[in-house]
Design a protein around this ligand. Structure first.
Ligand code: GDP
Length: 479
């Protein structure tokens, strides 16, 4: 059965041009029509209805989801909104976004934001866009251009109408009875719920109880959650839902299939090691425009809030190719390698196999625990001072604690990977989140002072200063 699909809409554009504000404004305009008391939940996408036309927005602004999905050849968005601030005009990430749009051959609408500002000059920005080869409607072309203010709400309703129109023109349809075609647009690990993945369904349907694969990850759909936190029975074409029940966290951009369909993976081997698929960008995809930009980064952070804070502080000389939460993946390394970008790991782990991949691909990964250190590093990198690459030399778990002196504690540790040495710079993490930097003042094995402990060994540590660690915390030695 061919049904009219909710178009799936993604937003792209330069940092600070108002992507998040627009997504918030659109979501808010629709809240009134929802049941009172419903709680919105961040699942990476939300559904609104405008004049009885459902529209699904991917609310992970920026290139994160989009570029990773594109690098796997999947066009998850039906329509892209190219966001350009009317007071700022075309910037490096605007050009980059345009390259993504062109390579993906996806219909797009130009959205001029912040038109409420006295400094807004929509006509000038339209001219700049024309210089980029965008033939705008009303100026000899057919690319729809709208003017909005997320602050006053001006133009939002018109934009939603334009989305419906473009969706009609491009006959965006899905078949709920076809073979399941779905893509992971966001994924994370939740300590209570386990692996979570938001998927967007393009064809077919995803139902509770389905046995599925998401890339190399297998699982069974134990629960499906919608953007209002509601339990869903199924997710239909053009809709999004968060899946509980995967055995591991799948990579963003993974294709979701019903087990047994479409030449699917070793479902029998539930213990199959999760491998990130290293795929290049599709042929013909050029590197993004670097005009005015001196440093291309891929940023991974532990929380969305910290990521946002970091992104908000970046200078226009920095191009963020992709950003997101969660540990650095082989997919990030592949993307960095394709674009010659550097990876910033902000309070997140770099698994040893990813580090190895990065070494092979000559991709640099820098790990930081504190936001200001990133800004300092960026300033140095832009000034051409080559900062040293940060490497994880070892990882250990705190397995015991003993009181020591008046207010100190001895940490009993076991080295899980690499080694831990006395002079090392260590980060202390709890439940995957970096909580501080520590130094060792004493390191002993059975009362004997040692300088280094290797994988599999245990020792007792006293940290310099007072460190409030707990059993289960993880120490990482970073260089
Ligand atoms: P993003 O980086 O593209 O997601 O941009 P944000 O949505 O975070 O917006 C960047 C800044 O522009 C924030 O300070 C917003 O408050 C402001 N902003 C966004 N949209 C508008 C708008 O329509 N009007 C005005 N006056 N400010 C806006």
């Amino acid at each position: 059965m061919n049904i009219s699909l909710s178009p799936i809409v993604a937003v792209l554009g330069h940092v600070d041009h108002g992507k998040t504000s627009l997504l918030d404004a659109i979501r808010k305009t629709n809240v009134a029509s929802r049941e009172a008391g419903s709680i919105t939940q961040h699942i990476g996408a939300y559904l609104i209805t405008h004049n009885s036309q459902p529209i699904t927005f991917i609310d992970t602004p920026g290139h994160a989801a989009f570029s990773q999905m594109r690098s796997r050849g999947a066009n998850v968005a039906d329509i892209v909104l190219l966001i350009v601030a009317a007071d700022d005009g075309v910037k490096p990430q605007t050009r980059e976004s345009l390259q993504f749009i062109r390579a993906a051959q996806v219909p797009f609408i130009v959205v001029l934001t912040k038109v409420d500002l006295p400094t807004a000059q929509p006509e000038r920005v339209k001219q700049e866009l024309e210089k980029e080869g965008i033939l705008l409607e009303g100026r000899g072309g057919d690319i729809v251009v709208t003017e909005v203010s997320s602050k006053t709400g001006q133009g939002i309703s018109h934009l939603l109408e334009m989305i419906s129109l473009v969706s009609e023109i491009h006959e965006i349809k899905g078949d709920s009875e076809a073979v399941l075609e779905a893509t992971v647009i966001e994924s994370q690990f939740d300590s209570r719920k386990g692996a979570l993945a938001t998927v967007i369904v393009r064809n077919g349907q995803l139902n509770l109880g389905d046995k599925i694969t998401a890339g190399e990850v297998v699982g069974k759909v134990k629960a499906l959650i919608g953007d209002q936190g509601q339990n869903l029975e199924s997710v239909l074409p053009g809709q999004a839902g968060q899946i509980l029940g995967l055995e591991k966290v799948p990579t963003v951009g993974s294709q979701v299939k019903l087990a047994g369909e479409g030449g699917v993976v070793k479902v029998e081997s539930a213990n199959v090691k999760q491998q990130e698929v290293k795929e290049g960008l599709p042929a013909g995809a050029d590197k993004p425009a670097q005009a005015g930009a001196k440093l291309s980064l891929i940023i991974k952070a532990d929380t969305a809030g910290r990521l946002e804070a970091l992104m908000a502080g970046l200078s226009s000389e920095v191009v963020v190719l992709s950003s997101g939460t969660g540990e650095v993946t082989a997919g990030d390394v592949a993307l960095a390698s394709s674009f010659g970008a550097t990876i910033i790991a902000f309070g997140v782990k770099v698994p040893p196999e990813v580090l190895q991949q990065a070494e092979e691909d000559k991709v640099k990964i820098f790990s930081f625990a504190i936001i200001y250190e990133i800004f300092d590093w960026i300033a140095k990198a832009l000034a051409g001072e080559v900062a040293e690459e940060v490497k994880i030399l070892g990882r250990a778990e705190i397995i015991a604690q003993f009181p020591f002196g008046a207010n100190q504690k001895i940490a009993g540790i076991r080295v899980a990977e690499g080694r831990i040495a006395r002079g090392d710079n260590l980060t202390l993490s709890r439940k995957g989140e970096v909580i501080g930097k520590v130094k060792i003042s004493s390191m002993k094995q059975a009362d004997k002072t040692v300088d280094k402990v290797e994988k599999g060994q245990e020792c007792g540590l006293i940290f310099a200063g007072t460190v409030d660690f707990q059993i289960g915390d993880v120490l990482e030695s970073v260089r």
